[in-house]
Write a protein that binds this ligand. Structure first.
Ligand code: SAH
Length: 222
């Protein structure tokens, strides 16, 4: 990945990216730090060259292996919800995918831990994130349903694929005051974007939006 590819030209230029961020703002994203970070992340390097010209449309796009890169509005929205109660030290992400959400998070929190079940996707994501010199990320090829106990408890957990019910291990790995953002529901049906907050041994939950994610599937695979 060379410098000019990272910066982008034409349909992948800075200007195109600025227009996307303006649109996110018009659609209701308020967190200026999230908007500023998204204005700087070259989304076009997270998809195949053949569809790079569509990278700054506000849509999900295929990334291979039946998976998708999330719609920018949803990435912005989930990140904004996660950060809403103040700065976060350590965040666990389930579903690295192409690594775009990881790139946004890594510039807003101190340390990101990210788990992906498809090894091939995680290797590609890791190469992109290293090219962007994002070094505060630890990767695990594994099963996100289990979380990453040794690295917890976490101030924030973000899940970018939908389970049918909230995985108990993730709730258990939330720090006191921690926040879990997770889409819950049938694959490819309408899912609820949930926010779970832990206070002492109390949990509060709220539905934040309707979303559509690929399913959270058990077990790691190549
Ligand atoms: N975060 C990505 C979206 C990835 S799509 C972005 O920024 O666009 C969801 C990802 O979750 C897929 O790559 C899929 O392989 C992964 N996934 C599904 N079930 C998983 C599980 N149990 N553990 C870890 N990753 C999982």
């Amino acid at each position: 990945m060379n410098g000019s590819n990272l910066r982008g030209i034409g349909m992948t230029s800075d200007r195109t990216r600025t227009r996307l961020v303006q649109r996110l703002q018009e659609e209701g994203i308020r967190n200026t730090m999230v908007l500023a970070v998204m204005a700087g992340v070259p989304r076009h390097i997270f998809v195949d060259e053949g569809i790079a010209h569509r990278a700054y449309e506000d849509t999900a796009l295929p990334i291979g292996r039946g998976q998708t890169i999330s719609q920018p509005f949803i990435v912005a929205k989930m990140t904004e919800i996660l950060l809403d109660a103040g700065p976060l030290k350590n965040v666990l992400e389930i579903g690295t995918g192409c690594g775009y959400q990881t790139a946004v998070l890594a510039q807003l929190v101190e340390q990101v831990y990210t788990i992906e079940r498809i090894d091939e996707l995680q290797q590609q994501a890791q190469a992109r994130l290293s090219a962007l010199q994002l070094d505060n990320i630890e990767y695990r090829h594994g099963d996100g349903f289990q979380g990453w106990k040794e690295k917890g408890p976490f101030d924030g957990i973000i899940v970018t694929a939908a389970p049918l019910a909230i995985p108990p291990a993730l709730v258990a790995q939330l720090a006191d005051g921690g926040r879990l953002v997770v889409p819950v529901g049938q694959a490819n049906g309408s899912q609820n974007l949930m926010l779970i907050e832990k206070r002492g041994d109390q949990l509060q939950s709220a539905i934040m939006d309707k979303v559509r994610f690929v399913p959270l599937q058990p077990g790691p695979t190549e």
